[in-house]
Write a protein that binds this ligand. Structure first.
Ligand SMILES: Cc1ncc(COP(=O)(O)O)c(C=O)c1O
Length: 409
């Protein structure tokens, strides 16, 4: 992979025909270390977020992985032999359970209904060394992306499942996901309150409490409170939870570990008024800019100081024939942006590379590594001092060095 100082030097050197991911493993290292140093429990990386970074995350000290499929399990087994994996998909195929247990030594499985418990027991030969985590339903009201509809059990059925699972598990856990990109630390407090009620109702002893993912990244219109506030809230709640003395606390961050690890450089193929037609879109690396309407930080790739041209709001179309290949934004870019210009779209290390399709034949993309800072960062210096009208927004982030954001190069 070619290495460049920045997206600008990459564009000058290659004038790329295809979208290019500019990878910043150093940003993933910083985020992973922050979690290792600050979360008062085990940190599991949610591999689905971006499998490309599993080795980077591991090198930074995260040795435990939340896997969702046999393919992810095989990836971790081959790239990081000996790493611990927890199979946290609540609905698994029988083959996947069998192979996870017998071929890959996985002992941690999640479930959210009695039928899945039966399946796990049958396919592992009624193993007595299982760590079983019951996925419970919690409020997702503080999240930008809801994960509440599909998985999770609550109320009386949850209490019954906990009791039944306790009888067959070596260690019993509770896990949940309060939704992705949680904008309030209270989200965890509210979820843990619901879990405490459930534990009291069922009367079981819990050995593992897994607060899932949901830790935020930063986007122009989504500036979360400092990550330290989330961890402090979880720690305080955990102290008062009705769990065993030796209960382990787990978390499964995805977005917060890798979002800053990549930006995507795209080219403008056409401008029509305030709409830009790009060479990548929602069927490529920009899925979440579509219906979930994420507004990513953007910057025209040019050797000029930011702010030289006034900015105005644009929306994007991707390259496919589908009108749904539309990203409303608004994305703030120079008024004179036009065909042939390149745009760097930041904080796309999470939920982008893995969501690409071949629709309309636009599947090609390239990888480069760059050494500059992410456009926006919660952990270190940000390059963007003004994004979507906000100025120097990152002062109160997780970073503890007191630096103010740097100037754009
Ligand atoms: C079970 C599980 N854990 C963790 C994550 C990571 O979530 P996030 O990226 O919000 O941290 C997900 C994402 O869907 C998930 O399904």
């Amino acid at each position: 992979m070619h290495e460049f100082i920045s997206a600008y030097s990459m564009v000058c050197a290659t004038r790329p025909e295809y979208p290019v991911y500019c990878l910043r493993p150093q940003a993933v290292t910083l985020a992973s270390r922050w979690f290792q140093d600050n979360f008062p429990g085990r940190v599991l990386y949610a591999v689905k977020t971006n499998p490309f970074f599993v080795e980077t995350v591991a090198a930074a000290g995260v040795q435990h992985f939340d896997v969702a499929s046999l393919a992810e399990i095989e990836l971790i087994s081959s790239k990081l032999p000996g790493a611990r994996m927890s199979f946290m998909h609540p609905v698994k195929s029988r083959t996947a359970i069998r192979r996870a247990y017998f071929d890959h030594g996985i002992r941690d499985f999640s479930l959210d209904c009695p039928a899945e418990l039966d399946k796990i027991l049958e396919e592992t030969g009624h193993a007595r060394d299982l760590n079983l985590l019951v996925r419970v339903a919690v409020s997702n009201r503080h999240s930008c992306l809801q994960l509440a509809g599909k998985f999770g059990i609550s109320g009386g059925p949850a209490a019954d499942l906990l009791l039944r699972t306790r009888q067959v598990a070596r260690r019993l856990g509770i896990c949940f996901h309060a939704g992705s990109q949680l904008m309030q630390p209270d989200a965890y407090a509210e979820a843990l309150d619901q879990v405490a009620i459930l534990i009291r109702r069922s009367g079981v002893i819990i050995d593992i409490l897994d607060v899932g993912g949901g830790f935020p990244s930063v986007y122009p219109d989504l500036l979360p409170p400092p990550l330290a506030d989330y961890v402090a809230r979880i720690s305080a709640c955990f102290e008062t939870m009705p769990v065993s003395e030796t209960c382990e606390l787990w978390c499964e961050p995805g977005r917060a570990l890798v979002a800053e690890g990549a930006s995507l450089v795209v080219r403008v193929e056409m401008r029509k008024d305030q709409t830009l037609y790009l060479n990548d879109g929602t069927y490529g690396g920009l899925f979440d800019a579509g219906q979930p309407r994420f507004v990513y930080p953007v910057e025209r790739v040019r050797n000029v100081k930011r702010g030289e041209s006034p900015l105005q709001e644009f929306s994007f179309y991707g390259p496919t024939c589908d009108s749904m290949d539309y990203m409303p934004g608004p994305f703030l870019l120079p008024v004179d942006i036009d065909e042939g210009d390149y745009i760097e779209i930041g904080n796309l290390g999470a939920y982008s590379m893995q969501l690409r399709t071949e629709f309309n034949g636009f599947s090609n993309y390239l990888l480069a590594s760059v050494s500059d800072q992410p456009l926006l960062s919660l952990y270190g210096e940000s390059r963007a001092v003004e994004v979507a009208g906000m100025t120097a927004i990152i002062d109160s982030s997780a970073k503890d060095n007191g630096q103010t954001p740097g100037e754009t190069q």
